[in-house]
Write a protein that binds this ligand. Sequence first.
Ligand SMILES: [Fe+2]
Length: 214
Amino acid sequence: MFNDESVDAGYEKEWAYVEKLLKESGNDDFSGGKCRKYPFRSRYAHTRRVLTWLRRMLDDVGTVDVVAMEVAVIFHDVGYAKGKNHEHAVLSAEIFHEYSVANDFLPEKRELIEYLIKNHNNKELLVRGSKEELILLMEADIMDEEGAMRIAWDNMAAAVCGAKSFKESLERTEKYFNPDYNPMITPLARNFFQEKQEFVKEYIRRFKDDLGEC
Ligand SMILES: [Fe+2]
C-alpha cells in the first residue's frame, strides 16, 4: 500500500513515469508569447523545480499532508502530454488516477491528490480559506520561472523570436512584468515572491542605466 510509511521519498518510480509520458509525447517544451515553442522550457524540469519550491515553503505551515502534496506536484502538469493545454489539470488528474489504482494508493490519499491536481490551475482558489495543501501547491507552481528565471526566459525568448538588440530583450521583460504582482498567501511564499519581484525591478533599473536610459 502506498502511504506515508511506505513512500519512497525520492519518488523515483513516479518521476520516471511522468518524465516518460511528457518527453515521449513531444509536448514537454512550453510554448508562450508569439513563439510556438521554447526549447529551454521543459515541463518536466519545471515540475522538478516546483517540488523544490514546495519543500522550501513547508517550514511555514502547520499540519499538512506532505506526501499528498509532493505526489500532486509530480503529476500536476503531466496532462500536457495529451496536447490539450486548457484541459491539462483534469487530464493530469485522470493520468494520476490510473497510476494510483495500478499502484495501490490508499483511497483517501488518492482522493486528496486528485483534488489537488484537478484544481491546481484554478486561481480563484488561491485565497485564504482554501485547502492549505492546494494553496501551497499553487504557490510553488507560480514561484517557478519568476525572478532570475523570468529574466533568463525573457532574454532567451527574445533571441529565439529574433531580437536584434539588448533593448528589445529589456522591452520584453518590461512588457510581461508586473512589479505590483504578488499572488502568494502564506507569509514565507509572499516573502520569496517579493524578493523575486525586487530582483527583477533592480535588473530593469540597472539595464536601463547600462543602456544610457536613466
Ligand atoms: Fe506547473
